[in-house]
Design a protein around this ligand. Sequence first.
Ligand SMILES: Cc1cc2nc3c(=O)[nH]c(=O)nc-3n(C[C@H](O)[C@H](O)[C@H](O)COP(=O)(O)OP(=O)(O)OC[C@H]3O[C@@H](n4cnc5c(N)ncnc54)[C@H](O)[C@@H]3O)c2cc1C
Ligand code: SF4
Length: 556
Amino acid sequence: MKKYIGSYKNIYICQSKDEKILKKSSSGGFVTSSLIYALKNKIVDAAIVVSMNKEKPWKYEVALAKTQKDIISAAGSKYTIIPLNEFLNIAEKNKKLNLAMVGLPCHITAIRQLQKKGLYKNIKLLIGLFCGYNMPFEATEFLIKKSKIRRNQIKHLKYRGSDYPGGFLIKTKQKLSFLPKTYQQYPEGHTTISNQKHYFLPKGYYDFLNLMFVPKGCLRCKDYTNELADISVGDAWNWDNSSVVIQRTELGNNLLSNPLVISKKIDEKEFYRMHWHNIKHKKIGDPLTLKAIMLFIKIFGRIIPFRIISLIVKRITRTKRRWSLKDVGEHWDRTNDYDEINKETYSYFRRFTDGYKLSDIKDNAYVLEYCTRTGNGALYFAGKRKNLRFVCMDVSEKMLKIADENLKSKGINFKTILTRTTWFPIKDNMFDNILCFETLEHLPHPELTVKELARVTKPKGEVLITMPNTLWEFVHWFAAVTGIHHSEGPHLFIPRKKMIVYIKNAGLKIKREETTVLIAFGPKFLVRLGELLERIFKNSLMKYIGLRRIFVCEKI
Ligand SMILES: Cc1cc2nc3c(=O)[nH]c(=O)nc-3n(C[C@H](O)[C@H](O)[C@H](O)COP(=O)(O)OP(=O)(O)OC[C@H]3O[C@@H](n4cnc5c(N)ncnc54)[C@H](O)[C@@H]3O)c2cc1C
Ligand code: SF4
């Protein structure tokens, strides 16, 4: 398979630990973090980067970055063709400096060829971006024209603006009456930009635009992953705001020791799952039907009304889970009454009591609780078994802070990790037990998360998952709108059959499965009646009508 991505040493998923870099960059901020690391550690004296022009904020500018500030201000992809000469001029003018350069495959290939002839030897470090397609500046002009915003009204323009994955964003100097009051990127989430000062097109538009504007040269280009770079970087699709990084040379290896970056090794198979569509496009060739669509869009794209294009883009990019882990974290950060309400809700604690009864957890176990919220799961299990050690992970800063206080006050042995990526910053085969209570339905990529849970479990270790039955979606909605319970935030309940497939695909085997809780709340006599009925219908009706599904799985 190396024939598709060139020679390499390892492949990683990485993310910058710096929130500011993460917000400004395109995928996980690996490139920006690496350039800063290379400067600080004197691997290079400066870097050739592409930023946006200060006087003409709609235009890119190739510049020499000598400070951390310069590098951060150049973060973010510029989806436009940039002639190699613009990079070479800067290298030529700064012959005495050891330079890093970020470039597309065509830039890096050309630099390597020039270096073979003894030229531009001062460019020491080549960081390569993946490149599926590119567009001439005419495509940017096309979008500006569509926005109806005049150039002198533009404050800044970003190709990957707003929250990940972002999109084409123009911010204007003043309010413009024809711009909408709010854009909401995720209907269930809260990522909004507003005030009639923003023009925003989600990233999906580029798929359309690429086909309209792609130059002939790009259609002939065979290098997707920047095969001659020291290190190559692309989007880690599916893994939420992360970069996928191909380490190729020893110099590239240095960048992976950066303490400001978290990383996880992945195998080639995982890589192909993310990027096969583009590798196929560049290395194998597109099927005839796609070629025909491309030709049609190239010829007619510019005359199709934008409203129709937007409908097509919305249709193509529609997924049911249109929220990010950040949205989930922000929802729980806003929830004020989590423990207060749950103390009054009978069904809440049953996730722990029923889960514990079905689990084989032993004394001294090393346990990961994923999405620990206020730490109640860890507290309950710690009260049942001796010497448990916990890692409590969550996407909400506020919940994790409360968990920290709660667990400390009870003298539990634990550490907390705040994470907003689908992948976990944890090595393989670490834990004896995993606890994951009512969490998967909130995640944008539950299948990948189950794989992560399995990955970090020791062989023969146990993964305990609880989640609501899809039949109860209405009750949850009703409880939230009537104020009986806090809102669930972004979520989509997962059907049982689908969950079983996720578990199997992750390399787990179901040891025990039970559906519990019939009456979720109410007066004592009703709850007791519910418990009686649960016992009677345990092996029959409960599977269909019970509230909570519990899966106790073993890593094969
Ligand atoms: C035209 C183009 C096409 C791309 N196609 C794909 C793709 O098909 N699949 C994929 O996975 N990834 C693609 N990428 C890469 C992706 O968009 C991100 O740049 C990459 O994942 C790095 O993200 P980051 O957060 O680590 O970078 P950041 O930390 O945001 O840093 C980005 C760096 O790239 C430099 N840069 C920005 N635009 C350009 C440019 N046009 N030419 C040279 N340098 C530039 C900036 O100077 C900055 O230093 C493409 C990028 C571009 C520019
Ligand atoms: S597709 Fe190839 S030729 Fe076109 S910009 Fe990307 S790397 Fe360069």
